[in-house]
Design a protein around this ligand. Structure first.
Ligand SMILES: [Zn+2]
Length: 94
């Protein structure tokens, strides 16, 4: 076991149950984070400003009950590799 312990301190399963509450645009940003994209890359990819990306990230953190964009990225990666969140469309990471 690492010095940090074996169990996540984040409720990833709970966050996944709330993915279905994201708006379509929030879901776009969410999946970009799951691909490991920077705010600049997300802004360019979606044709929005970096400021708007940050606003979306703040909302996603609120909706999913998380604390950071890193945690969003982890939840998004799990979602995109196929989970039981209830969202019909799962983005693919590969
Ligand atoms: Zn999912």
């Amino acid at each position: 076991m690492s010095v940090c312990g074996a169990q996540p301190v984040v409720d990833y399963a709970g966050a996944l149950t709330r993915v279905a509450e994201l708006t379509a645009r929030q879901l776009d940003v969410f999946e970009c984070l799951g691909r490991g994209m920077s705010n600049r890359q997300i802004a360019a990819g979606l044709g929005i400003s970096e400021y708007t990306v940050k606003v979306h990230i703040g909302k996603i953190i609120d909706v999913l009950g998380l604390d950071s964009r890193l945690q969003i990225g982890i939840v998004a990666y799990i979602h995109m590799t196929g989970c039981s969140c209830g969202v019909a469309e799962h983005g693919a990471v590969v």
